[in-house]
Each structure stands twice: as C-alpha cells, then as structure tokens.
Design a protein around this ligand. Structure first.
Ligand code: AMP
Length: 414
C-alpha cells in the first residue's frame, strides 16, 4: 500500500510516500519512495523533493492554497520528471496518513477519517488554534484531490499520552475550569515518544511492559515523557506545546504571574504575551541570536558569548531537572532516550544533560556518545545502571504504519 504521509503547517507541508503493509511492518521492510516539503504556499512556493536517496531537487511554482500545492506536487510525482516509477497516477496513492496536532480527550488512538472524526478534529481547534486548522485544510485538500474513497487516517500528537493519570494531567486550578473548558495537560510529540520507545524495546529485546524509560525529544520543539510499562505516566508539554522544557523559541515553564506582569509593563495583550512566549523566547530569546542549537554551539566555540552560553546552560539544566523529576515520579527508570534534531545529533548537549547524574547510575561513555550522530546507539558506559540511548525518531514511518493498521482493522500497539 502506497501511503502519502502529510504534515500540514500554516503555509507549508512536509510529505513522504511510504510503501508499507502488514507484512512489511512485520519484517521492517517499509519502502520510502520519496519525501520533501512545500514552503511558501499562498505565493511562489518552494518545493524540495527527494526520490529515495537521490539528490534533492528544488523548484518553485505559484500555488494559492494547500489544495493547489498538493495538486501540483502529485502531478509532479506522477510525471516522468520526478523519476518515481511506482506512482504513475493518483490511483497509485492508496491511502493518506495525516499528522494531527491536537486530539483533545476525544482521540486516544489513530482514527480513520470520516465526517465524525473530521468534526472531532475541528472541535479541538479551540485547544490548538494555530495547528488544527492547518491539519483540517490538509485533510480536505487530500479528499478533494484523491476523492473520498481513498482512506485517510489521522494520527494524533496527543493520543499516546492518554494513559497519563489525573494526578499528572490536572492543573491545581478550580476544578470547574477543567470541566468547562477541558483545561488539562495533553502532551504532544506523542508519535515521536512512541516511536523511540518502540525502537528502544526492539533494540533491547524487551516487551512493552518491560519498557521503563524517560524519553527526551529535543528538536526545535522539546518535550520529555516518563514511560512506565510502555505507556506515558507524565509528559512535559501541557494544554499547549508551550509548557516544560526550554525550546528553540518557546520559554517552557515559567511562573504564570509573569504573563500578567509582562502584559502590564510592556503594554501587551494576553495574546501578544502568548506569542512572545511562543515565538521570541527559549534559545532565541536568551541568546538574542538564534533558535538554532547548531549555530549556538558554533558561536560558543568561536566567541564564548555569555548569553549564548546561558541559553545552552538553561536549556540543559531544565532537561536534567525533568529527568530527575521523572525518576522520582516513576520510582526509577532503566534508560534515558535522546531524540529530535538536537537529541540525535549533539553529543555535547547529551553530555551536559547527563553530567552529574552518577548518583542515579548514569555515566556517559564519551566515545560511544561522540560516535552516535544520527544513528541508534547506547551512549552510556557498560557499568551504568541507568542507561542512555540516542535513537533517531521517525514520525512519518509510524504514521504510515498506523494508517495501514487502522485501515486493516488491526489494533496497533502503542
Ligand atoms: P528538529 O526540530 O527535530 O528538526 O531539530 C532542529 C534542531 O536540531 C535545531 O536546533 C538544530 O540546530 C538542531 N540540530 C540539528 N543537527 C544538529 C547538530 N549536529 N548539533 C546540534 N544541534 C543540531
């Protein structure tokens, strides 16, 4: 089954086409046909396209909206120019899997999209006003292009976290606010946490029930999850992705009184402060330079700028604090798993986070750590009691596999 995986943003979307089925899932032989990104939708869009491991092709096209962009992309893929021989017409696209950011309390697992599910995703717009409308647009565009007979599946960023108990998902605010508005912790990056937890147990030959780990997704967005017996019991992002770890442009945790204080002092509205905390804070806000960890590390090496150093230190300290908190919450764990652009590729950040964790039985093996760049590897010493792993995430693969499983009616393991 050729599954088109779509991750729709406000003026862009990422895509992959993965050939997979139940047999391929079992044998781990899913076939990635092509992937890429369309940016700048609404004007002269830039399209990055890559067939298998060929060189990336980049070209532009005027597209007015997501539907037009998807239409253009699919026409390109079926044309001879793309070099994709497996997809000769839209009939060769057998299903679509969508990354959907917020499933609220409605969706505890991936769901085949019908009118009821689409309405459910729309009902969650209140909780994710910046994300869910784009996901809906992506779904509608795919329906328009491929017709309603091509099955589409929604894979939610929130659903893996449904196992989190009330003591961890409720905020200590008047309970009626939860009842009225469903204000609670939902957590995000669920597909990534779920994927690396699955890879961890595959690498170690463990069962789901034997999986007791802390996963750190450190990318432009960052979150931690405490996973006990295979299911999350806590996670750092909250009702929105703003809470928890320090991120590229998001503050993560702060004293909630600061919001009103900034609003008064700077003469900003609530939504302007919200935007400041989401888009001008984190690594960017502290360093005053960039949200890009690679650039910050290069800058630190060359100039040892104080604010750049502070940004990196605050980032690592917050992550370490969450590891400690989750060790306490879980009564200990077997491993800390690093993933996301930073977690997968930066030995230095992993070392900083693990430093001083010998009390918990965690010691980083510097050689293993340095060599573990963009690949699966244990990075702790042989005698560590608390292990550390670097495991590249693969949300698209999990979305494609869930799409197949949902369509075939096979319950998917979380
Ligand atoms: P993601 O959102 O998962 O794509 O991650 C993006 C983040 O990963 C950015 O801050 C990048 O600078 C960071 N990143 C990617 N490669 C490296 C690297 N080799 N060293 C440090 N950070 C990296």
């Amino acid at each position: 089954m050729n599954v088109l995986v779509l991750n729709s943003g406000s003026s862009s979307f990422k895509f992959q086409i993965i050939a997979t089925d139940l047999e391929k899932i079992k044998r781990d032989t899913d076939d990635r046909i092509c992937r890429g990104e369309v940016e700048g939708i609404g004007g002269e869009a830039i399209i990055h396209f890559r067939r298998r491991d060929d060189a990336i092709q980049t070209f532009t096209a005027p597209v007015r909206d997501v539907t037009a962009a998807l239409d253009y992309l699919v026409r390109y893929i079926v044309s001879d120019r793309s070099g994709v021989t497996e997809i000769r017409s839209t009939a060769d696209l057998h299903a679509v899997g969508h990354r959907v950011v917020h499933g609220g309390e409605l969706f505890s697992e991936s769901a085949r999209i019908d009118d009821r599910v689409l309405k459910g995703i729309e009902d969650c717009i209140d909780l994710a006003p910046l994300h869910n409308p784009n996901n809906v647009k992506g779904i509608v565009a795919a329906q328009e292009l491929l017709g309603k007979d091509v099955p589409q599946v929604a894979v939610f960023d929130t659903s893996f976290h449904h196992s989190i108990p009330a003591q961890a998902y409720l905020y200590a605010i008047p309970y009626h606010l939860y009842r009225r508005y469903r204000i609670r912790r939902y957590g995000f990056h669920g597909t990534s946490h779920r994927y690396v937890a699955f890879r961890y147990r595959a690498i170690r030959g463990l069962s789901r029930e034997q999986t007791n780990i802390i996963t750190l997704h450190l990318g432009n967005g960052c979150s931690a999850a405490a996973i006990q017996a295979g299911s999350p019991v806590d996670t750092s992002m909250g009702m929105t992705p703003l809470e928890g770890l320090v991120m590229g442009t998001r503050s993560g945790d702060l004293d909630p009184a600061i919001v009103g204080f900034i609003a008064r002092k700077e003469g900003l509205s609530a939504s302007e402060v919200d935007s400041l905390l989401n888009t001008q804070s984190g690594l960017l806000g502290v360093s005053g330079l960039t949200n890009d960890m690679r650039e910050l590390q290069a800058e630190m090496k060359e100039h040892d700028d104080r604010r750049v150093r502070l940004a990196v230190e605050i980032f690592c300290y917050r992550a370490k604090k969450y590891v400690g908190a989750y060790l306490a919450a879980m009564g200990g764990a077997d491993a800390v798993v690093f993933t996301g652009g930073i977690g997968e590729n930066s030995p230095d950040i992993r070392t900083r986070i693990c430093e001083g964790m010998e009390w918990a039985g965690l010691r980083v093996d510097e050689k293993r750590n340095r060599e573990a760049i963009g690949r699966e590897s244990v990075i702790s010493t042989e005698d560590s009691k608390l292990l550390a792993y670097a495991i590249p995430t693969d949300e698209e693969l999990l979305i494609a596999r869930d799409t197949v499983r949902v369509i075939m009616g096979v319950p998917h393991p979380s």
